[in-house]
Design a protein around this ligand. Structure first.
Ligand SMILES: Nc1ncnc2c1ncn2[C@@H]1O[C@H](COP(=O)(O)OP(=O)(O)OP(=O)(O)O)[C@@H](O)[C@H]1O
Ligand SMILES: [Mg+2]
Length: 380
């Protein structure tokens, strides 16, 4: 067994950060303490403006002006050696050696760290070479390997593409590859998935979690999503008004939160779940069974281009019933066909396959798909 204290790679002790503004001093972070352990994830949660990002940025000495660390220590451990990051010169060599090599950073907006005028590969190669003495060839090989690890398909070709040719999710993957270029043992992820659609969010989160476990990195993950916390956290720290109001193992926080603010945070998540459960049971209990007002069967649309053999299946075999008084939510990532589905139902876009049946109050049915242009106008 190893001593658990050996697993602590970074300890923040009584950290305070002020912003000296013209009119007053803003105490953005006050007396914050936490530890990051090898192979574990600490989730930092809390409302907007509570000081999460400022805390995270201070670990790399990149707090924006006029902010500065006014108290406390940030102890980075390396075997027996300990460095207090709070004492280092932000522009000095010692701090530069820590950024990327000991501590990697991923944040919300990939465009702010990716250049639009260089290929994705050349940017990662540059990061690899900054942190190692690999020659160009070896750095390129490592870059392709990193792109493979973040699950970019055909990494060898994709390395030569530009940022604008990457989708939002792929940009985030490229940024993760860049953060890993120096093999850091600590990873900071500040709201890494908030700019992405739900499906991509889940994929990127899985990827980050998997890489963290595989590489045994200590991770500080900032989020305001308690669902994400439940999935990835080992420990949780809750911030409010610049202070940590509660921290502990994830189970303890979920089952026995002490601070009213933590309970409030959890309650807002639980309410959403209850709302859905309540509605499902209400629907199940409602008798007598009603006829759907709208029945969609095998609805599909294929867009073809003149003179080209390729075509795009925008909607493929959509089937659902909509009941009177029901609220049906259609969700899906960008380009998945939501808008086209709506237009097919109204026939402002002509379906390639399937039928749409509308039921009048008297039970009579209108086959929307076989209406003439004129009938369709009055039906609308
Ligand atoms: N460059 C700056 N100049 C002045 N005040 C700042 C600056 N950056 C942050 N602050 C202030 O510091 C406090 C903490 O901000 P921070 O960005 O850490 O919040 P956060 O918890 O990350 O919020 P969010 O969830 O919205 O990202 C806020 O009151 C903010 O207004
Ligand atoms: Mg923030």
């Amino acid at each position: 067994m190893t001593d658990p204290a050996e697993d602590v790679v970074l300890s923040v002790e009584n950290l305070s950060i002020d912003f000296r503004l013209r009119t007053h001093i803003l105490h953005a972070v006050e007396n914050v303490s936490f530890e990051l352990k090898r192979g574990q994830t600490l989730c930092l949660v809390g409302e907007s403006g509570s000081g999460k990002s400022v805390t995270a940025r201070s670990l790399l000495q990149i707090v924006d002006r006029p902010g500065s660390i006014v108290g406390g220590r940030i102890l980075l451990r390396n075997g027996g050696a300990v460095t207090d990051i709070a004492r280092l010169d932000p522009d000095g060599q010692a701090m530069r050696a820590i950024r990327g090599r000991r501590i990697g950073l991923i944040f919300q907006e990939p465009m702010s760290s990716l250049s639009p005028v260089h290929t994705i590969g050349s940017q990662i190669i540059e990061a690899v070479r900054l942190h190692s003495d690999l020659d160009k060839r070896a750095a390129r090989a490592k870059t392709v390997e990193l792109l493979r690890q973040v699950e970019i398909p055909n990494p060898d070709q994709m390395a030569d593409r530009y940022t604008f040719e990457f989708s939002g999710g792929m940009r985030q993957r490229a940024m993760i590859a860049m953060a890993l270029a120096g093999n850091p043992d600590i990873l900071i992820a500040d709201e890494p998935t908030t700019a992405l659609d739900v499906t991509t969010q889940a994929e990127i989160l899985d990827l980050i979690k998997r890489l963290q476990v595989e590489r045994g990195m200590a991770m500080l993950l900032i989020t305001h999503d308690m669902g994400i916390v439940a999935e990835v956290a080992d420990n949780v720290a809750v911030m409010r008004f610049g202070r940590i109001v509660e921290r502990g193992p994830v189970d303890a926080i979920y089952h026995d939160a002490q601070h009213p603010y933590t309970r409030q945070l959890l309650a807002s998540t639980v309410k959403l779940t209850r709302h859905v459960e309540g509605r499902v049971s209400a629907v199940a209990a409602s008798a007598p069974p009603q006829q759907p007002i709208l029945s969609v069967r095998h609805l599909g649309k294929t867009f073809g281009w003149h003179g080209k053999t390729s075509s795009l299946r925008a909607v493929d075999d959509a089937n659902f019933d909509l009941y009177p008084g029901e609220n049906l939510g259609i969700v899906g990532e960008s380009g998945s066909g939501k808008t086209t589905l709506g237009r097919l139902i109204l026939r402002t876009v002509e379906p390639t396959t399937g039928s749409v049946v509308y039921r009048n109050k008297d039970g009579s049915e209108v086959d929307v798909t076989s209406l003439t242009k004129k009938e369709l106008r009055s039906f609308h």
